[in-house]
Design a protein around this ligand. Structure first.
Ligand code: F6P
Length: 319
């Protein structure tokens, strides 16, 4: 294996740059060549491939986003698109590829591996929706961003004695909402993994009012529905004024936390080790703070359960 390629794909996540840096530095440490593919699978199809060196990844460990840029690429979903990608890989002399991204990116990595390109997946997404890893790169930073927003909303919610609904990302997963909701002391946390009971949310607000708690913060995962609709329903049930904040793409940016930088550094370096050992179609992850490796195919077939202990804890603490 002489030349390794690296790309980021799908939604960006804070810490992707730290992962790219770890890949580039590890490859150079092992005295191999490293190239970067711009714009994920789209750039691969179009042959947007750049030579990378130590200077390419200087001063990026603390930066959000991805220096390689990213894209969602429909063409790669079809055999013709993938054939073009393989052609570009061969033309550039790439012997192995590291894909940093979410589940869609993993599917692409598996397809390439099946076409004979040694490929390793590194989990990079704020959603934490990849199985066989406790955390994905970007989750921790996104959670901290949400907690910061909750702190700020709490100030104004207290002053005005209002009910606030804060809508957070996560696609079909409730991890960001659950972790940030507990850490931010939310009164209710609504996630797709737990059936929504809006009446009990309203009753909890009213119980709080009777005890003299005049403001409430509800964290709503986007997979449950929209903050506007939930706000209207709560007003209809309680007759209370509501306000909402939809945090959106703010959660995808910003300087990565130390946790995300560490995770990205460890996983990026491990991906290189695996390729150099001749592995392919593997995904790296972290379980109980230890690096783990699984077949991508297995990872994609698993349904990642939500942490029920945390769901239970959220219910206890928000009594
Ligand atoms: O997968 C990351 C994510 O931020 C999801 O949480 C969100 O639903 C989606 O991407 C938004 O995608 P886009 O940036 O394409 O609007």
């Amino acid at each position: 294996m002489k030349t390794i390629g690296v790309l980021t794909s799908g939604g960006d996540a804070p810490g992707m740059n730290a992962a790219i840096r770890a890949v580039v530095r590890s490859v150079i440490y092992h005295e191999r060549e490293i190239v970067g593919i711009m714009r994920g699978y789209l750039g691969l199809i179009n042959g947007e491939i750049i030579h990378m060196h130590l200077g390419s990844v200087a001063d990026i460990i603390h930066r959000g986003g991805t220096i390689l840029h990213t894209a969602r690429c429909d063409e790669f979903l079809y055999p013709e698109g993938r054939a073009k990608a393989v052609k570009q890989i061969k033309k550039a002399g790439i012997d192995g590829l590291i894909v940093i991204g979410g589940d869609g990116s993993y599917r692409g990595a598996l397809d390439l591996a099946k076409l004979g390109i040694p490929t390793i997946g590194v989990p990079g997404t704020i959603d934490n929706d990849i199985a066989c890893t406790d955390a994905t790169i970007g989750l921790d930073t996104a959670v901290n961003t949400v907690v910061d927003a909750i702190n700020k909303v709490r100030d104004t919610a207290t002053s005005h004695e209002r009910v606030f609904i804060i809508e957070v990302m996560g696609r079909n997963r409730g991890d960001i909402a659950l972790l940030a909701g507990i850490a931010g002391g939310a009164e209710s946390i609504l996630i797709p993994e737990v059936p929504l009971n809006i009446k009990s949310v309203a009753e909890k607000i009213e119980r709080g009012r009777k005890r003299g708690k005049l403001h409430s913060i509800i964290i709503l995962a986007e997979g449950v529905g929209s903050a506007i609709d939930v706000g209207k329903e709560i007003t209809a049930l309680t007759n209370l004024e509501t306000r909402y904040a939809i945090l959106g793409h703010i959660q995808r940016g910003g300087t990565p936390t130390a946790y995300d930088r560490m995770l990205a550094s460890r996983l990026g370096a491990e991906a290189v080790e695996l390729l150099l050992k001749g592995e392919s179609a593997k995904a790296v992850g972290i379980e109980a703070n230890k690096i783990v490796r699984y077949d991508i195919e297995y990872v994609l077939k698993q349904k990642k359960p939500i942490d029920l202990e945390l769901v239970n804890l959220a219910g206890i603490l928000a009594i």
